[in-house]
Design a protein around this ligand. Structure first.
Ligand code: ADP
Ligand code: ASP
Ligand code: MG
Length: 402
């Protein structure tokens, strides 16, 4: 088989871990598989580099920040290639400028465009293990870029698609995708299989076990994707197309995200174009808006509430306040202490009463729901951050996931 294996930060967090990973990769290659490896930066390197940059400059230059952050992954590739060679397994490290991994778009959140695979194919044909730096890319002008936090998963899947790998394996510190984050709910269970659709919702709603764009990329290119532990052997979780023969579970999992912040514009005149006037400057600044709700008009006025990433809260609040001065009488307020949780399951399509259970469970805990948004297979609600953990635990039990 041709396998792309990605090892996350914890999995390559020390010299000992890198040696262990080299052992696993050598064993896999020894079984006759062709293996390409993608690695993240060691442990919390990316966070430490970010802190360092902010010590130097409160808002660091974006080009230099990308140049800095990209070094983390380069350290891991060189060390892992050395470790493999030391074991007698030929290997070679590759960074985004060498391959190249071409990207477009904003610094810090670049999009993958194309991966040059000639060098990789040559390595694979000669029995070398190529070790590729995740998370980074090369802009059209030759600058180093990064593709967004947690992005090495996406590098791995894009690489798997580019070389036509039989499977892309994401090796991490949990042995698969669980019904919810096992760090919060110890009763969480590993899922044998998850459909692409469900995984897209889980990742999109905050389960950081897989980067959202890696799941999108796998679904688009039909890449077989598996989540495995780098610490303990096991079957992990396969992310695959939904099987029509199987009865889909009502709720497969619960995702949550603490990085939300809510902004409310009250008493907006109920006229066409108001939402556009308020939100366009935020979009123009490259800030992603997540949930949006407009309530029913009273007295010719509406309230508009939306959420953004907490890091973007201050800027979004300023932009929105400036825009609101043009909407006579509109008042802007914000709350950065909110969190989102979402229940996800393909079975929701054909079952009634899923939402009722959610509302009943939260009502029994006297947890106030600030916003609701739904898709065919997901219901997400915004709650105060302080209530999140209680809510997730209770819902995990209410939907029989414990
Ligand atoms: P890596 O550094 O390997 O990319 P991450 O920290 O990004 O690892 O992702 C793994 C973590 O994702 C786990 O340690 C776990 O706490 C968290 N997680 C969140 N939701 C889930 C879930 N549904 N299933 C498994 N892990 C989850
Ligand atoms: N090192 C990067 C991060 O911490 C990318 C990754 O780990 O996937 O976000
Ligand atoms: Mg990750």
């Amino acid at each position: 088989m041709l396998i792309v294996r990605k090892y996350g930060g914890t999995s390559v967090g020390s010299a000992a871990r890198i040696a262990a990973v080299a052992g696993q990769v050598t064993e896999l290659a020894g079984q006759g598989h062709q293996v390409a490896v993608v690695v993240s930066a060691m442990g919390d390197t990316t966070d430490r580099l970010l802190d360092l940059a902010r010590e130097i400059a409160p808002t660091p230059d974006v080009r230099e920040l990308d140049a800095l952050l990209a070094t983390g992954e380069m350290v891991s590739t060189a060390l892992l290639a050395m470790a493999l060679r030391a074991r007698g397994q030929p290997a070679r490290s590759w960074n985004a400028l060498q391959l190249p991994i071409e990207t477009s778009g904003f610094a810090g959140r670049a999009r993958l465009e194309r991966i040059g695979v000639a060098g990789l194919r040559e390595d694979l044909a000669r029995g070398l293990v190529p070790v590729v730096a995740g998370f980074q890319g090369r802009a059209a002008n030759g600058d180093l870029t990064t593709i967004g936090r947690g992005g090495s998963d996406t590098t791995a899947v894009a690489l798997a698609a580019a070389i036509g790998a039989d499977e892309c394996q994401i090796l991490t510190d949990v042995d698969g995708v669980y019904t919810t984050d096992p760090r919060m709910v110890p009763q969480a269970r590993r899922l044998e299989r998850v459909s692409f659709e469900e995984m897209l919702e889980l990742a999109g709603q905050g389960s950081r076990v897989l980067h959202l764009r890696s799941v999108e990329c796998a679904a688009r290119h039909g890449v077989r994707l598996r989540v495995l532990s780098s610490f303990t052997p096991g079957p992990g979780t396969l992310i695959c197309r939904e099987e029509s023969t199987m009865e889909a579970p009502l709720v497969s999992g619960i995702a949550f995200n603490r990085d939300e912040a809510a902004i409310t514009v009250a008493d907006v005149p109920d006229r066409p174009g108001m939402a556009h006037a308020l939100l366009a400057p935020i979009a123009a600044a490259g800030i992603e808006i997540d949930m949006i709700v407009v309530n029913a008009p009273r007295g010719g006025r509406v309230d508009l509430t939306f959420t953004v990433h907490r890091d973007d809260f201050r800027q979004a609040l300023e932009l929105c306040s400036a825009a609101a001065t043009g909407c006579d009488g509109a008042r802007v307020s914000g709350d950065p202490q909110v969190a989102k949780l979402a229940i996800v399951g393909s079975g929701m399509r054909s079952h009634a009463g899923v939402a009722a259970t959610l509302f009943a469970t939260l009502a029994a805990l006297a947890i106030n729901i600030r916003l609701v948004s739904t898709s065919e297979i997901k219901i997400s609600v915004l709650v105060a951050e302080a209530e999140l953990e209680r809510a997730v635990r209770a819902l995990h039990q209410a939907y029989g996931l414990d």
